[in-house]
Design a protein around this ligand. Structure first.
Ligand code: GDP
Ligand code: IMO
Ligand code: MG
Length: 430
């Protein structure tokens, strides 16, 4: 029996939340394995909209275990706020339904301050981050000075950890013209939040392995997208974690053999929030139209997302780095009504044709997209629940994408609603 990893195969916001929510009916455990509350995952269930940033999208289904793995960076104040918001919406959350890795790293207020100071002070270094302290928290993790969830349980350890962290941060803050860290205030904040987080803290690696042995179905929920991956993304315009499928194992403490089906979530066109290269970007009426029809505004920051045609070169690349078994193609309905559609099938650089995005920044900037034109369709695909409901030109578009990215479509999504989903291959049964 396959466990399933869901990963974004573009620059994020592909519709992972909707697909994870839909698939979670078939799963026992839903686990986040990287990123933090920089994610914004939207679920629409019978017209009701849920926006999740930190909690796994399975949390809205009763009887499922939601897991926040060690690969996640956790802002405890945000956690408490998100739990409260969902409870107000009638979602039941308790230590029976939610488990947080003891060895997950904490995002502290000083991380957000540093993130925002860097983004505002020095425009040369601007990444266009979500400003939520994600990068600085991961820096402290690999710098071996982070505070982890388990540290909240012991006051003496916590004080030592804070002191260690301050040596580094006060030096940085001086350079940026920010006040030094207020040690006593930070310790007081941590002491106050600790009892609200600790009931969820567990050895996640152990529980995950027990679940696996017991034959439970695990659904791993990726955040961001492979083009934002710290190694394989458009560096430095990326997030600070590995987001590709291999991270599901290291980010929860389960061996890579536990990963069966890798489902890449792919939007039927391309979007990106923040700075960085985007070869198939549209700065014309078609781009505006994609943004309007697709309601392309960030879930977390409200920023307008940049829009462009489908880039088959990039998705073929991300399907390779994540070992994608099949894709979920989302937002096909947004393309309804376009007379013609374009797909980027290659790049031209210095008179040569490339079948992948080169790694060097100057080369990336000089790549021009080679487009193939396809016929559009005038009919509505919104809400379609079977292949038979799709116009011929839409089927051709989907088939051409499969061919170009060398990967089959397993699921097709035709509206934000949970059930407007066409199943081709069940990832859990494949
Ligand atoms: P995520 O970060 O990958 O979970 O995606 P977001 O939630 O940030 O953005 C995807 C947006 O598209 C959300 O507003 C979803 O409700 C919406 N969405 C998902 N699938 C579809 C679809 O098939 N059609 C349309 N029109 N909207 C969709
Ligand atoms: P979901 O899970 C889209 C982008 C930011 C910025 C870069 C670095 O909803 O798909 P960070 O705050 O992570 O240091 O920002 O990454 N980014 C996302 N873009 N979707 C996301 O998550 C993103 N999470 C981060 O816009 O360009
Ligand atoms: Mg999102």
């Amino acid at each position: 029996m396959a466990n399933v990893v869901v990963v974004g195969a573009q620059w994020g916001d592909e519709g992972k939340g909707k697909i994870v929510d839909w698939l979670s009916e078939r799963a026992d455990v839903i686990a986040r394995f990287q990123g933090g509350h920089n994610a914004g995952h939207t679920l629409v269930i019978d017209g009701k909209v849920y926006k999740l940033s930190l909690l796994p999208s399975g949390i809205v289904r009763p009887g499922k275990l939601s897991v926040i793995g060690n690969g996640v960076v956790l802002d405890p104040w945000h956690l408490v706020e998100e739990i409260a918001k969902l409870r107000a919406d009638g979602v039941d959350i308790s230590p029976e339904s939610l488990m947080i890795a003891e060895n997950a790293v904490l995002i502290l207020p000083l991380h957000g301050e540093l993130d925002r100071a860097r983004e505002s002070q020095n425009s040369v270094a601007k990444i266009g981050t979500t400003g939520r302290g994600i990068g600085p928290a991961y820096e402290d993790k690999v710098g071996r000075r982070a505070i982890r969830v388990a540290d909240l349980a012991d006051e003496a350890t916590l004080a030592l950890r804070v002191d260690r962290l301050m040596v580094h941060h006060d030096a940085l803050r001086r350079g940026l013209g920010i006040e030094p860290v207020d040690r006593e205030a930070l310790l007081a904040q941590l002491r106050e939040i600790a009892p609200q987080v600790l009931p969820y803290a567990k050895p996640v690696w152990k529980v995950m392995n027990e679940m696996r042995k017991a034959g439970k179905r695990i659904l791993f929920e990726g955040a961001q997208g492979a083009l934002l991956d710290i190694d394989f993304g458009t560096y430095p315009y990326v997030t600070s974690s590995n987001v590709i499928a291999g991270q599901a194992a290291t980010g929860t403490g389960i061996g890579p053999g536990a990963i069966g089906f890798v489902l890449g979530i792919v939007k039927a066109y391309t979007t990106r929030v923040g700075e960085g290269p985007f070869p198939a970007e549209l700065q014309d009426a078609d781009g505006e139209r994609l943004g309007e029809r697709g309601r392309e505004f960030g879930t977390v920051t409200g920023r307008k997302r940049r829009c462009g045609w489908f880039d088959a070169v990039l998705v073929r690349q991300t399907c390779a780095t994540s070992g994608v078994s099949g894709i979920a193609l989302t937002k096909l309905d947004v393309l309804d009504g376009f007379e013609t559609l374009k797909i980027c099938v290659g790049y031209e650089l210095d008179g040569e044709r490339l079948d992948h995005l080169p790694i060097a920044a100057d080369q990336q900037a000089r790549c021009t997209p080679i487009f193939e034109e396809l016929e559009g369709w005038s009919e509505s695909t919104a809400g379609a629940r079977s292949w038979a409901d799709l116009p011929g030109a839409a089927v051709k578009y989907v088939r051409r994408i499969e061919e170009l990215i060398q990967c089959p479509v397993a699921l097709l999504s035709t509206s934000p609603e949970r059930d407007d989903t066409i199943l081709v291959t069940d990832p859990f049964e494949d």
